[in-house]
Write a protein that binds this ligand. Structure first.
Ligand code: F6P
Length: 553
């Protein structure tokens, strides 16, 4: 162990010290070259054996480059890394976010009313439901035009101001469930400190009918506070200096003092807890804009979907546990095949922001290179996550997925029933997703290409290598509960991988320095006098001076 490093309660050293690791290396050497075609040919019941049901998700894991032995060894690795114990620790409110000395208790946000979980003497579940009840009462008032703006007009536009976890979850879920949303109210989401974001979001809105929800766990984030101040000025310039802003501003935060200082009334403030990480918060009060859009009942349905997957994680043996198996497959490709990215392909237009949401969830959680013990990791950790809804991606980046030189494991997500049953659109959509997963896995050999009549000079170009692994998740319909189930699934995939790699999936120290540095650079950009730029490198100093000169400063 390096000097100054203290072993964490949950630390188990580098993953390579697990007995299963060298066995997996050996196993990979033996079967890594086998093809998905070959694996199916050798095992007639494979599609059934490697499919499972979890909550309302049907998952087909058969198109992976694994054998029964692979899965057995991966599960053994999870056991040796203490996954079961860590799941228990998470559910008991233990401070598993060790570097911040906090619990990671997002599972408590969706425990049913009456559930019991006492952490540090606090009955967490009843506190959660108290806030949910207040949110519901507030949403009922706004949706019933009983909460009006300062001039008495009903609220017709809700603008959520937040960034990171205080934006990506709400906007993703709002877009996903827009078909259930209250259409008389316009919903907008502002996150970027680039002024264009708030200007465009408010351009056609009537201040008298607009409500801003300032969502920020800390209530100190530069982007959010800047946008909130601009929103206030926009409101004052539209409605006059005497406007009662308390009718137009709502806060969601853990920082009650800062909210009060901003001037937001206690009745319009919704709290949550330090044990809710930003990227794990869309099902807390951070989801207020979503609740306003879809209503409290649908929001609670979403929570029940989350809870169903939580129960699956908690109560299912590791070898039939979907988030665990998906997490382990991610480790298999990342560390044994060198796959540096993972693509998520929802065949559902309403999930257009799901990949962006997953980027924060996965990469802010597991983009780490130090273990819980403070030592360098011994293997690659979090992959780069990305994606786009199908079928659009098929006409852009799928070429690389099919014939490129990188291995990119894929998750396909599809719903059996469309939200909008228009002509034969949905059957065509589903035909596409099944076709893509098939072609990625099974490819097309040179002989098959020739048999299709290709001229000899094009055979090499038309060969589809195949052997590209994918998971297909099939759900019945995109409901609030289904969305909750999917989000919880990926939260637990991330958790599984973090436990295996031995990193803290709940901190994000890597984003702090950039924030602090921006705070130091800003005065140099706006100062009246020649700025002091000695604290930044010469390249940055030159760019700052160029900027000042272009701005006439
Ligand atoms: O970008 C870092 C981060 O701290 C995220 O983890 C978080 O979701 C986001 O900033 C917003 O933080 P806050 O909700 O405190 O404004």
């Amino acid at each position: 162990m390096a000097a100054g490093v203290s072993r964490s309660r949950w630390g188990r050293g580098p993953v390579t010290t697990a007995a299963a690791w060298p066995l997996l290396l050996e196993h990979h050497a033996a079967i890594g070259g086998r093809t998905i075609r070959g694996l199916f040919a050798a095992e007639p019941g494979r599609a059934t054996r490697l499919s499972l049901e979890a909550a309302s998700v049907h998952a087909d894991l058969s198109k992976h480059r694994v054998t029964e032995e692979t899965m057995r060894l991966l599960v053994r690795l999870a056991e040796e890394r203490g996954l079961a114990e860590r799941i228990d620790a998470m559910y008991s409110g233990n401070r598993i976010n060790t570097t911040e000395n906090r619990s990671a208790l997002h599972v408590a946000l969706r425990m049913p009313r009456g559930g019991s979980l006492v952490v540090d003497g606090v009955a967490v579940v009843s506190e959660v439901h108290e806030v949910l009840d207040r949110m519901a009462a507030f949403c009922h008032r706004v949706r019933a035009d009983d909460w009006t703006g300062s001039t008495g007009k009903p609220i017709r536009a809700v603008v959520n101001i937040g960034i990171g976890g205080s934006d990506l979850g709400p906007v993703m879920a709002y877009r996903a469930l827009r078909h259930l949303s209250r259409r008389e109210i316009t919903f907008r989401f502002v996150s970027n400190v680039d002024g264009t974001d708030i200007v465009e979001a408010t351009l056609d809105l009537d201040p008298a009918e607009t409500m801003f929800i300032v969502s920020s766990k800390t209530f100190t984030t530069q982007e959010t506070m800047t946008n909130a101040q601009t929103a206030r000025s926009w409101l004052v310039s539209g409605l006059g200096a005497g406007v009662d802003i308390s009718k137009h501003f709502v806060a969601v935060s853990t920082n009650g003092v800062a909210v009060e200082e901003f001037g937001i009334a206690a009745e319009a403030t919704f709290g949550f807890w330090e044990w809710v990480g930003g990227r794990y918060s869309m099902d807390s009060a951070i989801g207020l804009s979503l609740m306003l859009a879809i209503g409290p009942e649908a929001f609670r349905d979403m929570l029940s979907g989350f809870h169903e997957m939580d129960e699956h994680l908690r109560r299912t043996d590791l070898d039939r546990n979907l988030p665990v198996l998906m997490g382990l497959l991610g480790v298999w490709y990342r560390d044994f095949f060198g796959a540096s990215s993972h693509v998520v392909l929802p065949y559902e237009q309403y999930l257009e922001r799901f990949p962006a949401y997953l980027q924060q969830l996965t990469m802010e959680s597991n983009g780490k290179s130090v273990t819980l013990d403070g030592e360098p990791v011994a293997v690659d950790t979090g992959a780069i996550w990305w994606g786009e809804p199908g079928t659009n991606g098929q006409h852009s980046f799928y070429q690389l997925l099919h014939q490129g030189t990188s291995l990119v494991p894929a998750d396909f997500i599809v719903f059996a029933n469309p939200v909008h049953d228009v002509g034969d659109h949905h059957d065509k959509l589903v035909a596409n997703v099944l076709a893509q997963a098939h072609v990625l896995g099974f490819g097309r050999t040179a002989d098959e290409v020739r048999a299709d009549g290709a001229s000899e000079d094009l055979v090499a170009h038309k060969v589809m290598p195949g052997n590209r692994p994918s998971t297909t998740l099939m759900l019945e319909r995109l409901t609030p509960a289904a969305l909750g189930t999917l989000v919880a699934l990926y939260e637990h995939v991330v958790f599984t991988q973090g436990v295996v790699w031995g990193v803290d999936s709940f901190d994000q120290w890597g984003v702090e320095l950039g924030k602090a540095m921006a705070g130091q650079v800003l005065p140099a950009l706006i100062a009246d006098d020649v700025p002091d730029l000695t604290h930044v490198d010469p390249s940055t100093a030159a760019l700052a001076l160029r900027y000042r000169s272009l701005r006439g400063r």
